[in-house]
Design a protein around this ligand. Sequence first.
Ligand code: NAD
Length: 537
Amino acid sequence: GTWFKQEAYNKWVNLQIRFGKNLSKEQRKRIVVVGTGWASIAFLSHIDITKYDVKIVSPRNYFAFTPLLPSACNGTLSPEACMVPMKYFTQRGSKTVMEYLEARAAFLDLEDSKIQCEEKDGRKFDVPYDYLLLAVGAEVNTFGIPGVREHALFLKEVEHAREIRNKMLFNLERANTPGVSESEKRRLLHFVVIGGGPTGVEVAAELADFLREDCKKAFPDLLPYVKVTIIEMLPHLLPTFSEKASKFSFENLSSIGVDVMLQTQVTRIDEQQLTVLKKGSCAVNTVQNKEGGQLESSEVTLPYGMVVWASGVAQTPFAKSLLSSIPEQKGNRVIRVDHHLLTHGAKNVYTLGDCAFLTPPKIENLADVLFAEATHHPSKAGSDFLSEKAMKGLHLEFPQLKENKWHFKKKPRRNNMTLDEFKAYLKEIDNSYVSPAPTAQNAKKQGTYLATVFNSYLSDTEKLHAPIYEETWDGSMAYVGKDRAILDLPFTSVCGGFYSGFLWKLVYWKLVYSMEAKLRCLQDWFKSRFSGRNLGR
Ligand code: NAD
């Protein structure tokens, strides 16, 4: 497993430090890693510290295992089960081999190759670098909707999971006190999740599990007042998953009592109610007009006791400040990097994870060369020729040609093109490229890729000739409640079934980095299953 491999690797590195040919401190280039999320941690776990001098800067001195955060919202897991302290990554065995600095990156000085950092109390200091890795992640996207920042809770950090759990328990206790009116009880116990992506679905599922299993025993009189609602703007939940998975998530959530409102957009949040704009009809329709007819588009208000906002990601203020300070990045919404993850317009600065937008080299620029080569091909210039070239390895240089980006087999075959038609075709392929999604899986893979490149290619020029980052997909998972999960895999899709919840747990358990967190997960899962979740705040 990952833990075992990590331990074996640590031992190997210790031996190398003791007996191997280490570069001296002066010879080792300085790498500064900004952030302690998925991309950074993957990089730190794989980088060869006998070749580089590594420093980490981040205001958070632990790694948050984000896929398990929804389980901490209802007390299935304790927050500590989702945390791995930085010392786990900065030490190899008992030896500290990297320096962690608890501070926030505030300003990047490209000219002098140093990053200005700021501690919590405002004290500033500079950290010089030879290579800088920016992996500052992303924050929740509020789309500028009024009231979201003031009244909604987010789920990006361990602290947020604590807040959600505390708010839910507070509302239950409050509704349980004498003298609270029926309508107030209904409002307090209406838990709304906004966004039907994986975060929203998992939070709604975990809240519903808690209310069905624990609230039933602890607050039986409140059950008739309790409701969980999930609101999604699109016509289906989990839009990035397969259609089957999407449908199953809807059915399973509905079966455990979650009110699923589709094609409904939240437009405003006030202190005790939110406003939604409902478009067309939806399957479970709590805001349908009285005659049960379909509504074209109508504004409705819903009283709530707690709102969790999970509507996707936006860039952090630091990433935004970089966009305006690097001339080549002006006008971009996300930091653009090439396929070595090297930031456009910033020498030796790599950006990875949720704050990076990959832009491959344009294949359109190769139109003349490819067109000349295609004259010897039986179908001349066109899709057949290009698909063959891609299979023979052109996709390694131009990832927009990969089967998962440009579906040659699904698109109509177009051959015998003129040069102009061929150029337009290549331009269409260039423009269709979509950067990898901001997922933990992609961030982790980018971190591992970069560490491998750094370990194998020492000089700046060598690094430029390293193989480019190749996007791959191992599958996606989501918990949908009542011990059921969805596992969308490259060749099949598992939706529910007796073992799906167990498989979901097993995969994440294997991925949790430290043995301490693994043991906590086991302990918490057993405790929640056999003696109920913790109801204390
Ligand atoms: P998301 O972008 O996947 O989904 C957000 C959803 O919110 C969208 O479907 C959008 O239509 C909806 N939405 C936006 N504004 C709305 C509004 N005003 N009213 C109603 N609905 C609105 O966001 P996420 O779930 O936070 O995930 C962020 C990223 O992290 C994604 O790339 C996701 O794939 C990844 N992620 C993956 C997993 C997993 O695979 N298990 C878990 C968590 C996150």
